[in-house]
Design a binder for this molecule. Structure first.
Ligand code: ADP
Ligand code: X2W
Length: 282
């Protein structure tokens, strides 16, 4: 057994060399966030990444929790092209859930694993500046990222902290905007010159045909990803995901990945194996 542990560590060495000192932006969402055992596994992967010298930056979702809070308040969630229709009251709920509850819960979990995590929203230090997103008509206070001010992230990572970011952004007038977490993660990855963007979700990756689970796509280019969206091959939450991967790559991030957050240690498998897992956009 000890030999096995040593052999595994040695196997990971070339990958550790590649990624040490590099920034990796991880979007954490879906089932991996709800299941407590998986949550622990994800937190430990992040701790390990940090300990081997990688800079993990965590952006989190929380769509299911927002849905639950809305329903409790008698509101029915509605989505257009994977984005939540966000009226003023919904915006307040989104901020309370994402920045207030989900963010602090992840921070507490990470700190419990022995690292120092700091929670932020896009409002902190003007990290994420948004304008109203009208690409899909008027769907309320949904934002698209106009600018990222990454200095606070550099300050935190230089100090040894893991930043944990909720995707609530701020407009020039101080208005809060609800930004899809995949979209926010992509903008951050580009602004931080990240080595990778990794989106963790509740499917294995992108399927050519969603009804056929043997049609998993292991690799595609950013322009193919754009074409797939235009052709209507993907819908629902996969639209912002593929858009996020395409725009991160177009903006200089070498690789973007969609991986299965239901699989234990998916992050480490993606980083520290030759084949990786899920779908890669390059
Ligand atoms: N072609 C496709 N391949 C994979 N998933 C797809 C596809 N088309 C639509 N989807 C949907 O996208 C979902 C992932 O997006 P979403 O539910 O927003 O995840 P998350 O909460 O992790 O951000 C999948 O669970 C699936 O229902
Ligand atoms: C505009 C928009 O849709 N914002 C998202 C923000 C949270 C999110 O993206 O959460 P998941 O990654 O878990 O889906 C929302 O309100 O659900």
């Amino acid at each position: 057994m000890p030999e096995q542990i040593a052999a595994t560590l040695i196997q990971a060495l070339p990958y550790i060399r590649i990624f040490a000192g590099k920034t990796i932006v991880i979007k954490y969402g879906g089932n991996a966030m709800i299941d407590e055992e998986l949550k622990k596994a994800v937190m430990r992967d992040l701790v390990l990444m940090r300990l081997v010298g990688i800079n993990p930056i965590l952006v989190h979702g929380g769509g299911p929790e927002i849905n639950e809070a809305m329903k409790k308040l008698g509101k029915e969630p509605e989505f257009v092209a994977g984005r939540r229709v966000t009226d003023a009251e919904t915006m307040e709920i989104v901020e309370m859930v994402l920045t207030g509850k989900t963010n602090k819960s992840i921070v507490a979990h990470l700190n419990g694993e022995g690292v120092q995590a700091v929670g932020l929203s896009g409002k902190d230090a003007n990290l994420l500046i948004a304008t109203k997103d009208t690409d899909n008509g008027d769907i309320g206070f949904v934002g698209k990222i106009a600018h990222v001010n990454p200095e606070i992230i550099h300050t935190l990572t230089n100090g040894g902290y893991i930043p944990v970011i909720s995707s609530v952004a701020v407009g020039a007038d101080g208005q809060a905007y609800n930004v899809n977490a995949d979209t926010a993660a992509a903008a951050l990855a580009a602004a931080l010159h990240a080595e990778k963007l990794i989106l963790m979700t509740d499917v294995e990756g992108l399927y050519r045909d969603f009804s056929d689970k043997s049609s998993l796509v292991s690799e595609l280019t950013a322009s193919e990803a754009r074409q797939w969206i235009a052709d209507g091959i993907v819908d629902k939450g996969m639209i912002p995901k593929l858009e996020a991967c395409a725009s991160a790559v177009e903006d200089g991030v070498p690789r973007a990945h969609i991986i299965d957050g239901r699989r234990a240690h998916a992050l480490l498998i993606e980083l520290f194996t030759d084949t990786g897992i899920g779908t890669m956009v390059r």
